[in-house]
Design a protein around this ligand. Structure first.
Ligand code: ATP
Length: 234
């Protein structure tokens, strides 16, 4: 469904993504693991046209998207849950969710999806009128995920959804990811929390200073020596 082939991305002279190739099949959860500054967020930004690759191709569901505008990529069916959530703090929960549907016009479908999101996240239903910036980190993460679902995507990319959350909330977030997948969603997940990510992913890639150094099933990665030493605390 998503395929990156030999993608190279620079910030000025700094060669941040070096020949990145990866793919995500329909219905899979695939994770990209990496330490600080490995290039995980840059990978997401490159997929969504927020940073342009200097070379390489990015294909989503049969369309080349590496030169498309971000709004058109979202319209094509790919949604992003950005790093640090990036909700709109001065807007209500309802308004934030509506923003997720900005590429769509059918009001009835949007209302149905709002109901669906509230069913997945009852906490958001209770707080539809609350200013999003006054919610807890965990609630804001739910909102960021709900907002992504509101674009009615076929695939969701999530940038470190566990960041800054307590272990209990991380579990809630990961349970929700599994629920969304069980409804047919394809998910690409970027994470520093390797043990949690590998516990729910089908496959994973390991990114080190801009290069993919390993790719395998999540089960094999969990027992891989490099992964254990570098990401699972030995
Ligand atoms: P983290 O988990 O800390 O967010 P990451 O794996 O997501 O790390 P990136 O944010 O992709 O890493 O950053 C990769 C490298 O690119 C880092 O060395 C970072 O300093 C650099 N970088 C990121 N954004 C820019 C930018 N706008 N201009 C210049 N360099 C940047």
């Amino acid at each position: 469904m998503l395929r990156l082939v030999n993608v190279n991305t620079y910030y000025g002279p700094s060669h941040v993504l070096q020949d990145i190739s990866l793919d995500v099949e329909k219905g899979e959860i695939v994770c990209l693991l990496g330490a600080n500054a490995a290039g995980k967020t840059t990978t997401m930004k490159t997929i969504f046209g927020l940073v342009r690759p200097s070379s390489g191709s990015i294909n989503f569901d049969g369309q080349d998207i590496e030169r498309k505008l971000t709004g058109d990529i979202v319209k094509a069916g790919l949604a992003l849950v950005p790093e640090a959530r990036r909700i709109f703090p001065r807007m209500t929960v309802r308004e934030n969710l509506e923003m997720g549907a900005f590429t769509r016009a059918n009001k009835k479908e949007i209302a149905d999806d709002m109901d669906h999101v509230c069913q997945i996240f009852p906490r958001l239903q209770e707080r539809l009128k609350q200013l999003a910036g006054t919610m807890s980190g965990g609630e804001q993460q739910m909102l960021a995920m709900g907002r992504a679902i509101m674009s009615r995507p076929r695939m969701i990319c999530m940038d470190e959804p566990s960041m800054g959350l307590s272990p209990k909330l991380v579990e809630t977030v990961f349970d929700t990811i599994l629920r969304i997948r069980s409804e047919g969603m394809t998910i690409f997940l970027v994470e520093q929390n390797a043990s949690m990510a590998l516990s729910l992913a089908d496959r994973g890639y390991v990114l080190q200073t801009g290069k993919i150094v390993l790719s395998d099933t999540a089960k094999n990665l969990l027992t891989n020596d490099l992964v254990r030493q570098a990401y699972l605390g030995g």
